[in-house]
Design a protein around this ligand. Structure first.
Ligand code: HEC
Ligand code: HEC
Length: 512
């Protein structure tokens, strides 16, 4: 297969218009709260004061080093820095966290097996455990030197083809349509006796970039294709979207940010004329079927940690849960042999391969991994970099702070001042980063702003420094230089700064 052709990057004009219109009216149409209801007037004022962006870069802000509020981990920096429990979890709840951790690491095996409680893997899968991709609870990376691509995979989807299909996306009933044979994701592994779907192939071409002062950098542009397709060609309209696994920290806190505070930054029609739009991703909550604000995944396609985890069990490992009950995972009707493989459901344990308690525990673990405290937050070089970050316009999307809801069901997440550096909205990031794949309200050019907390520990925890949705950037500098579209101005501001300022900005990012 050749690299994604340019025509796939185009959404139908009608659909774009529908989405923009809906997005503008979204609060009303989808009944999402536009005002916090968890605060007294006095609290609301305190929250507004404390989350206002700073203008004083002479010293660190109060609490800034504790970037996840009371949940921040202050353990020494090691390879395990992303694997600590949130500091707000009471002692009695450490046991479910530990059980969740064991399940996150558990290697699933194909059915039927002698260890019946662990079987049900696949039939098609990308990895045998959550931890194989989220190594040390950190981020994944693209494969190097021909090794298989564990912590990265290709999502597959075709665009809407009929008015009804377009409507289903606009109503947030569905995020897109699977490839008719390969389904939602290319699984590069399969249980014995079943062909795998194929292998992702990446070729990079280097493109030089000149920065202020004559310094040069080089960006590697990826070209994706699929080799060894096991079930015939992909549908000609299927798009492929590469994704690396993100770090697992602070996710419960992100879930506890009030909708209204995220929606307050949305400006889908750029009414303020600053060139930054920011569009809310509206998706369906798996369990209630109600519209909800998407926050997780590179295109904000999932509203909760639980939904994202159930999808991972189903698509990535091929394990059914009460929320995604098909034990055949991502096998399609066209993959008859896959549909006929034995399943791992043990009736005495439940109706699914991973019954309710397993999903609950894994979700609890995934939601409560602590964000480490910042290092060197008050050093002059860091503060200078922070100023460059604000002055370059990075905070238009990488919004520094939020205060989580007071009425959060999980007390450990409630009413914390947190510093994720994200607005959790979708932005057009330009042609360079476009994958051409629509996911719900996210067009083929749009990505969710990723949180930046913990990004400075990538090398320590994950042993690499690959960034962005597909790990194409080999350094923080390259990650910034790939920014285009709505972020073009901020990228250019960075590139035109003197070398010292650019270095200071990187020092700031490394302190997060
Ligand atoms: C094959 C690799 C792989 C496996 C296995 C895997 N993940 Fe992931 N995970 C990813 C990728 C890639 C993403 C980003 C998904 C996207 O953007 O579509 C992700 C995203 C997530 C997120 C959202 C994080 C965020 O910041 O938005 C959560 C939560 C998560 N995974 C939990 C799990 C759990 C729980 C399991 C095990 C049941 C699991 N994952 C197994 C690769 C994997
Ligand atoms: C218009 C919104 C926007 C602006 C402005 C913006 N970013 Fe981003 N940033 C994003 C999005 C969206 C991504 C994810 C893009 C992708 O993965 O393809 C991202 C990714 C990143 C990443 C990589 C994160 C990761 O987890 O891999 C870094 C680092 C980063 N931005 C820093 C900056 C800095 C520094 C600036 C200012 C010079 C900036 N950004 C301005 C939206 C923005």
């Amino acid at each position: 297969m050749s690299p994604v052709p340019a025509r796939r990057l185009l959404l139908s004009a009608a659909l774009c218009a529908t989405i923009a219109g809906l997005s503008a009216a979204l609060a009303a149409d989808f009944d999402l709260p536009t005002k916090r209801t968890d605060l007294t007037d006095a609290d609301a004022k305190r929250v507004a004061d404390v989350t206002r962006p700073t203008t004083d870069f002479s010293k660190a802000e109060q609490y800034e080093a504790m970037q996840a509020g009371g949940a921040t981990s202050i353990d020494p920096v090691t390879q395990d820095s992303f694997s600590h429990i949130s500091a707000t979890i009471p002692f009695e709840e450490e046991q479910p966290f530990r059980l969740g951790n064991a399940l996150f690491k558990k290697l699933w095996v194909s059915a039927p097996s002698s260890t019946q409680a662990s079987d049900g893997l696949g039939p098609l899968f990308n990895a045998r455990s959550c931890m194989s991709c989220h190594v040390n609870d950190g981020r994944g990376k693209p494969p190097e030197g021909g090794v298989s691509a564990t912590s990265m995979f290709l999502r597959l989807a075709r665009p809407a083809k009929t008015a009804d299909e377009e409507r289903a996306i606009a109503d947030a009933d569905i995020v897109n349509f699977p490839d008719p044979i390969y389904g939602h994701q290319l699984q590069d592994l399969a249980v014995p006796g079943l062909p795998s779907e194929g292998k992702m192939k990446i070729a990079y071409t280097e493109e030089p970039v000149t920065l202020a002062g004559g310094e040069t950098a080089s960006l590697r542009r990826p070209h994706y294709s699929v080799e060894n397709l096991g079930y015939g060609p992909l549908d000609p309209t299927t798009t492929i979207s590469p994704r690396v696994a993100p770090a697992m920290i602070g996710l419960g806190l992100i879930e506890a940010i009030p909708e209204a505070d995220i929606l307050a930054h949305a400006d889908p029609d750029d009414k303020d004329g600053d060139g930054i739009r920011g569009k809310a991703a509206i998706v369906r909550d798996h369990r209630t079927g109600k519209p909800a604000l998407g926050r997780f995944g590179w295109k904000a396609q999932n509203a909760s940690v639980r939904d994202q985890s159930a999808d991972a069990f189903s698509n990535d490992i091929g394990i059914s849960t009460p929320d995604r009950p098909d034990a055949h995972g991502d096998c399609t009707q066209a993959q008859a042999k896959c549909k006929a493989m034995p399943m791992g459901v043990q009736k005495r344990l439940g109706n699914e391969e991973a019954p309710g308690p397993i999903l609950d525990l894994v979700t609890f673990y995934s939601a409560n991994l602590a964000v480490p405290a910042r290092r060197k937050a008050s050093f002059p070089e860091t503060l200078k970099g922070k100023q460059v970050f604000y002055e370059s316009g990075c905070t238009a999307c990488h919004v520094p702070k939020f205060v989580t809801r007071r009425d959060s069901l999980d007390k450990a997440q409630a009413f914390q001042l947190i510093w994720p550096y994200s607005d959790f909205l979708l932005h057009d990031m330009g042609d360079g980063l476009a994958d051409g794949q629509q996911v719900g309200f996210a067009s083929g050019r749009e990505w969710r702003t990723p949180p930046l907390w913990g990004i400075g520990l990538t090398q320590t925890v994950s042993g690499h420094s690959f960034f962005l949705h597909d790990g194409r950037a080999r350094s923080l500098t390259e990650a910034i230089l790939w920014h285009g579209g709505e972020a073009q101005k901020a990228r250019d501001a960075f590139a035109s700064r003197p070398k010292d300022d650019r270095q200071a900005l990187i020092t700031f990012l490394e302190s997060l």
